[in-house]
Write a protein that binds this ligand. Structure first.
Ligand code: SF4
Length: 697
């Protein structure tokens, strides 16, 4: 056995450090990295089973054109030519990239540079749109930048941790373990969960609020009103460092306990208990995840939470602040390089001419995007309408994961040329491709990822890429070169890409932005290889674990902005025909569309098939008994799911996991049921609020 390689887990946004010890036969022993500050040696069930997921059984090992094996030259040349021709004939807005929070930052950087700086279109969006876009929008509205102000230690130091729309125990298990350990060490710590479902996470809670789906903003408006009524506003902080509190309070004041209880479906005593607990404990972290973000009012909900922290000045100091947990391993890295259609790079703004000019100068780009591109849902609608002539999908499976998934499959079929970068030979999306590029997988490629607390960690290769697989950054550069941009994409290694990314962030720092890692811009190859995990910023002013204790924000006025929030119900209306809310989410032991986790029998033992959680009263009304097969229908599509009758899901709502694909069980492809409603601010789809009906199959 050779020595262990230090790398990072490829699954969730906790970003755990992993020790991988290759066995010389294509496998590896996996352990938690005791020196990594996210997990200190812990791993969850998924991370610890990584060694069981390394087989090459279903891997894509050579490029394919039209389903047949092809040479790299032919696949690259065809892709470059079809993109060039589309741009020449129909303009830069006729091509698009749809990428992924699974990509490494270096992959993301070159993809974004190609589209925004060389094609001249911002039509590059990512599956992070499904994950974090509402949190990004909330941060940008409040702080002027996409800045997560908190860190993991805050969760351990807090006296009150409020988990909103987050099943931390299953979706971010190691952070849940850290929180549980902190609570065990300090029993006076209080935990509140706010979630329509009673989940494994609620088991840790002193108070569980089974809020009505979509009603979270009413609860946080009530909290803002209570903060004022109890004299808990930090007047000095508010008057010196913020703007807009009066308007936010005007919206909030009407939310007294009785009205809030009515709107949220909670008992008045529970609302009261939450409000007084939050106001009385200074050290409070309010953590949220997809239950807030995946909503047609997700940005407003995020701002309703942030408002409460700004009003009390509980931000940027140990043990307090608003905290969004990212779903994916590198959602944050993608945000840092501007991998969303409405962002630039290094947290610079596409809409600000000075920022655009600075990036264009740095990239020496011939054609700079000047306006935001198509966000995920709109991007696939543009495909369906024939406006996209060439599409490249990397490291994600939108035919399974996008809302209205059947329509997305049809939309992809309507695009004249589709390239897909994939690790597996057969997938719902890859099967629609004209060109398939074999991408290197976790353990075979190198680069960096950023976790939820802004910590950048090296992912290191410990196995050779199989067959002809290549890293994603290399595939992008090879296509870019053939499109005529060889000089700008002459990177020889991931380290090369990282250096340019870090150098660009110097520019952002000089423009007064938050994302500055320029201290790493001159890192030599050996130092990049050995780079320890670090939190950004890492610029001339050094690092910091938290933002905003100093009251300096990145808005034009330098003040944080309150956002006045009017609570809104989910966009999809309940009706006699579709009377139930459809909530989708993750299970503990699977990841995304099962590409990796389904290889581990141990992981599949936990939950082996797609299922539907339904309340006993709803099950009775629908004529369903435990273990029946239910048909879930919406106007968009249907899925067949095994029935799990449980009162952990509230009456009037049903829940299903989102992992199962057409490859494994077309019946369980639940996003075919989900309506493509989006948040008007963030563009994030409402994956937890579709109106459905359920019947026995
Ligand atoms: Fe991987 Fe997340 Fe589990 Fe850590 S908590 S081992 S990052 S899946």
């Amino acid at each position: 056995m050779s020595d262990a390689i230090r790398t990072a887990c490829p699954y969730c946004g906790v970003g755990c450090g992993v020790l991988a010890t290759p066995d010389g036969r294509g496998g590896a022993a996996i352990a938690g990295d005791p020196a990594h500050p996210a997990n200190f040696g812990r791993l969850c069930s998924k991370g610890s089973a990584l060694g069981e997921t390394l087989s090459l059984d279903d891997r894509l090992l050579t490029p394919r054109i039209g389903g047949r094996e092809a040479t790299w030259d032919a696949a690259l040349e065809l892709t470059a030519r079809r993109f060039r021709e589309a741009i020449e004939e129909h303009g830069p807005e006729s091509v698009a990239l749809y990428v992924s929070g699974q990509l490494l930052t270096e992959d993301y950087y070159v993809a974004n540079k190609l589209m925004k700086g060389y094609v001249g279109s911002a039509n590059i969006d990512t599956n992070s749109r499904l994950c974090m876009a509402s949190a990004v929008a909330a941060y940008r509205r409040a702080f002027g930048t996409d800045t997560v102000p908190t860190c993991y230690e805050d969760l351990e130091q807090a006296d009150l941790v409020v988990l909103v729309g987050s099943n931390l125990a299953w979706c971010h298990p190691v952070i849940y373990q850290r929180l549980a350990a902190a609570k065990a060490a300090r029993p006076e710590m209080r935990v509140v969960t706010i979630d329509p479902r009673r989940t494994a996470t609620s088991d840790l809670a002193d108070l569980h609020l089974g809020v009505r789906p979509g009603a979270d903003a009413a609860l946080f408006n009530a909290l803002l009103a209570r903060i004022e009524a109890d004299g808990a506003v930090d007047c000095e902080y508010v008057s010196n460092h913020t703007e807009g509190l009066p308007a936010a309070l005007r919206e909030a004041r009407g939310w007294d306990v009785a009205r809030t209880a009515e709107a949220t479906g909670l008992a008045p005593a529970d609302v009261e208990a939450f409000l007084s607990l939050w106001v009385r404990r200074e050290k409070v972290v309010t953590l949220w995840s997809q239950g807030i973000n995946q909503s047609s009012s997700g940005a407003d909900k995020g701002n309703a939470i942030i408002n409460c922290h700004l009003a009390t000045g509980r931000i940027g100091r140990p043990g307090m602040g608003p905290f969004s947990m990212t779903g994916q391993p590198n959602a944050m890295g993608g945000r840092e390089v501007g991998g969303l259609a409405n962002m630039l790079a290094a947290h610079l703004d596409l809409e600000v001419p000075e920022h655009r000019a600075a990036v264009q100068g740095f990239w020496a780009s011939p054609a700079m995007a000047e306006r935001p591109g198509l966000k995920a849902v709109d991007l696939f609608r543009a495909c369906a309408e024939g406006r996209i002539k060439a599409l490249w999908i990397m490291s994600t499976n939108p035919v399974v994961s996008m809302p209205d998934a059947d329509a997305v499959r049809d939309a992809i079929r309507a695009v004249p040329f589709v390239a897909v970068s994939e690790v597996v030979a057969s997938s719902d999306t890859g099967n629609e491709a004209d060109v398939l590029f074999p991408a290197a997988a976790w353990g075979e490629k190198s680069g960096t990822v950023t976790n939820s607390e802004r910590r950048i960690t090296r992912q290191r290769a410990f196995l050779p890429p199989p067959g002809q697989a290549r890293p994603d950054w290399k595939i992008v550069c090879d296509v870019a070169s053939r499109m005529g941009f060889a000089d700008a994409f002459a990177f020889e290694s991931a380290a090369d890409v990282f250096r340019e990314h870090a150098a660009l962030s110097r520019l952002a720092g000089a423009l007064g932005r938050d994302f500055d890692i320029s201290a790493r811009a001159d890192v030599a190859d050996a130092a990049y290889d050995a780079m320890e995990p670090f939190q950004w910023p890492a610029g001339p002013e050094g690092g910091k674990a938290r933002f905003f204790a100093d009251g300096r924000f990145y808005t034009p006025s330098g003040r944080a902005r309150f956002v006045a929030v009017t609570p809104r119900a989910p966009a999809s209306r309940l009706s006699e025909r579709f009377p139930l809310r459809f909530n989708t989410g993750r299970v503990r032991d699977h990841w995304h569309t099962l590409t990796r986790t389904a290889k581990s029998p141990r992981l599949s033992q936990h939950i082996a098939e797609p299922y539907l959680e339904i309340h006993p009263a709803d099950a009775r009304r629908c004529g369903l008994a435990p273990a029946d097969v239910a048909r879930v229908r919406s106007r968009e599509g249907e899925a067949l799911l095994r029935v799990l009758v449980t009162s952990r899901t509230p009456e009037g709502a049903v829940f299903a996991p989102m992992h199962w694909t057409g490859e494994l069980s077309s019946a369980g492809r639940v996003d075919a049921v989900v309506r493509a409603e989006v948040d008007p601010v963030s563009g994030q789809p409402e994956l937890k609020g579709s109106a459905v009906r359920v019947e026995k199959f």
